[in-house]
Design a protein around this ligand. Sequence first.
Ligand SMILES: [Zn+2]
Length: 547
Amino acid sequence: MYKNKNFSAYLLLVFAFTSLQAFSQNFTKQDSLRGSITPERVWWDLTHYHLDITVDPNEKTIAGSNTIQYKVVKKGQKTLQVDLQPPLQMTKAIQNGKELDIVHDGNAHFIHLKEKQKLGKIYSVQVFYEGKPKVARRPPWDGGITWKKDANGLPFVASSCQGLGASVWWPCKDHMYDEVDSMKISVNVPKNLMNVSNGRLIKVEEKENETKTYHWNVVNPINNYGVNINIGDYVHFGEKYKGENGELDMDYYVLRDNLDKAKEQFKDATRTMEAFEHWFGPYPFYEDSYKLVEAPYLGMEHQSSVTYGNGYRNGYRGSDLSRTGWGMKFDFIIVHESGHEWFANNITNIDIADMWIHESFTAYSENLFLDYFYGKKASAEYVIGTRRSIANDRPIIGQYDVNHEGSGDMYYKGANMLHTIRQLIADDAKWRSILRGLNKDFYHQTVNTQQIENYISEKSGIDFSAVFDQYLRTTDIPELRYKKDGNTFAFRWKNSAATFDMPVRVAINGEFEWIAPTTNWQTKKMKNIVSTVELDPNFYVTLKEGK
Ligand SMILES: [Zn+2]
C-alpha cells in the first residue's frame, strides 16, 4: 500500500512536470504589461470614456482622442498606464489644460500626471493619437481594422479586436478587470457613409468639410473589446420586442443592397431573444437597445451592437457544425453572438485565461436555442454532434496575467461539460434557475472561474469541483471501465484524478440506471446475466471493457 501510494505520487509529479512543459510558453514583459493588473493600472477606476475620432477610409487612418475619466481608488500614485498598439502613435496627453510627459514602452504608455491625485476624486485625461492601425488579417480572430468595399464600390470598414485587444485601434486601459461605467463614441466619416457603434445614436452632426459625425451613447458598463465601429452605406429597419423587462428596441443596420435578404434572415433575432430570455433571464442592456449590424467579416459579440457577416444563410457559413441537421435550423452568427450578450458582455471574465466563461456557455446556448424551439432531443443531438470538433490538445483554462487564452476546446468541450452537468443536476427547472441566477447575481460584473464554479455547486447542492477540474484543467476525458462476469457488473473511473467520483447513467441489458463509480472497482449483482452495457450519450465520457 505504502509503496503504491508513493508510486502514484511520483506519477502525479511526472505528469505535472510534463504537462507544465507541454503547456508553457514563453511570455514577454509586454505580455505581462498587457495581461496583469499593474501598479500603474490598479490605483484608478474607470468611470467614463469619450472616444472622439475621424476615420478616413481612403487614407486608411484614424485620428482623434479618448477622454479617460477615472476615480482615484488608491492614493500616492501619479503614473497612469494607457495602452495603444503601434503603428498607431500616442501623440499627446492633457490634464486640466496642461500637457503631460509620456514614457512609451511598446504597447504600454506611462503618462506622468502633474497634479496630486486625491483619493475618491474624479479626474480626466485626454489622450490624443493618430496613424494607420493594424489591418485585420483574419478577422475576427486576428483582428484590427478591416477596410473593404461593398458591391457598389463604397467603403465598408469595421473594427474587431477580441484577444488582440481594443488598444489595436484606440487608447484605453486594455485589461478586462476594469469595465468603464459608460461611454460616448463619436465617429467622423465621409458624408455618404454612416457609422454604427454601441448603445444609442444620440446625434448626427453635418460638418462643412463633406463629413458627418455620428455620436453614440452607451449607458451600461462595457468591456473594451465590445466597443466597435462599423462604417458603410447602411440602411436601417427595426422592431419593438416585448421582452421580460418591457419593450426592447431591436434595430438592424445592413448594406443597402441586402435589405430584402436581411428582413427575412433577421427574423432569427427575435427568436433568439425569446429563447435566451427564457433560459438566461432578461436581455442585460435594454437601455442601450439591441442591434444587429452587418460587418465585412464573420461576426462578433460587440455589446448591444452584434456584428453579422454570415452571408444571410443558416448554419455556420452555410454548414452544420454538429452534422445532425439541427445546425441548419438557425443562423449560427445571430444565435451565438447574441448569446454572448449574457455570457461575455453581462458576465465578463476578469482574465482572458477564463474565457471559457464566455465561450463554453455561449456554445452551449446554441443547443438551448434548439431546446426552446425543437425540444430536448434536438438539443441533445446537436451538442453531442459538436463533439467532433473537440481536440483535447491543451486545457481550456489558459495562463493567468499574461493575456493568454486556453484551448479552442472552450467552445464545444465546454458546452459538453455543461450538458453533462445538466444531466447530473437532473432537474431542468433548477438548471434553468441557475443559468438565470448567474446572470442576475453577476449582473454587469467581471468574474473569475472560481466564482462561476462555486455558484453552480452551491446552487445545485452538488460539489462539481472535481468535474470542473477534469474538464477545464486537464485534457483527459474520463473513461468508464467495466467488467462483466455472469450476473456481476464491475466498474470504475480511469483517466481521471484519483478523487474523481462523478455519477453516470448506464444501460445494463438495455435498462438505464445511475451508478456512482470512483477510481476503485465496485461491483453490482444484477438479476440476469450481464450481456450489454451502454453509456447514456449525454455524458461526455468514454466507455471501455477491461481492467
Ligand atoms: Zn463566441
